[in-house]
Write a protein of this length. Structure first.
Length: 245
């Protein structure tokens, strides 16, 4: 298993940024790897998943790469204020860069995305707004009702208002993606003691009738790393990426 820490100048962000990438042991030579893009939450950066979970151990004997970018506090969108056009950066620069640099598969069927909290929102936003690029997405304790959150907190530096029925509204994006020729598989998990639990229930009840291959899980606990560590371990089986040992 190789853990790569990369710092480079992003042309879209117009600044230096970091990427962590995990490549498995014993990859087949000259064979592109499937890839999971793994997104962090609001208060973290590209190091969070490696620092707080056993993601390196989970990937070691699986035939998949994991790429963890820095999404700053952008909610993985092109921010209204500031230089962080993170949606465009990840979709149009990070993914092509990693595909070429690490010999990753460019195929939709081999491209997945997941995240926690802000990253759970980002994972669903990417998969629902670009279903032709991602075959599966997972959200753990995601900020899935961004319009409700923005009604309580000032998010005007990130989003244009109103958020409802916009390209940043997951409810709107889910309805739009439900009509796509290729719909991503979706996995959603939230703890029953999480402050975002009711938002997640609201999104669950909305999306389950839209025709997606959709899995919802919940469990005890709140907004905490030990729950997300458990979920990221399970998500590889849900994706069909089996341990070789």
């Amino acid at each position: 298993m190789a853990l790569l820490k990369i710092n480079y100048k992003s042309q879209i962000l117009n600044k230096a940024t970091g990427i962590n990438a995990i490549l498995p042991d014993k990859r087949e030579p000259n064979t592109p790897l499937p890839v999971l893009y793994l997104l962090h939450g609001y208060s973290d950066n590209e190091n969070a998943w490696c620092a707080q979970t056993s993601i390196e151990r989970y990937v070691r004997f699986r035939n998949i790469a994991v790429v963890m970018p820095d999404g700053f506090r952008s909610f993985y969108t092109d921010m209204v204020c500031g230089a962080y056009d993170c949606y465009s950066y990840i979709l149009n620069e990070l993914i092509p860069f990693c595909t070429e640099s690490f010999n990753l598969s460019p195929d939709r069927s081999d491209t997945y995305i997941a995240g926690l909290s802000m990253g759970g929102y980002g994972a669903f936003k990417f998969a629902l707004s670009a279903p032709e690029k991602f075959s599966a997405a997972a959200s753990f304790s995601g900020t899935v009702d961004i319009a409700r959150l923005a009604s309580e907190y000032d998010m005007s530096a990130v989003f244009s208002y109103p958020l409802e029925n916009s390209e940043n509204d997951l409810f709107y994006l889910a309805k739009k993606a439900s009509k796509a020729e290729q719909k991503p598989r979706l996995y959603q998990w939230c703890g029953t003691d999480d402050f975002l639990y009711e938002d997640n229930i609201r999104f669950r009840d909305y999306i389950k009738n839209l025709g997606f291959d959709y899995t919802y899980k919940e469990g005890s606990g709140g907004h905490e790393w030990k729950r997300w560590d458990d979920q990221i371990k399970k998500i590889f089986s849900w994706l069909g990426i089996q341990n070789r040992q």
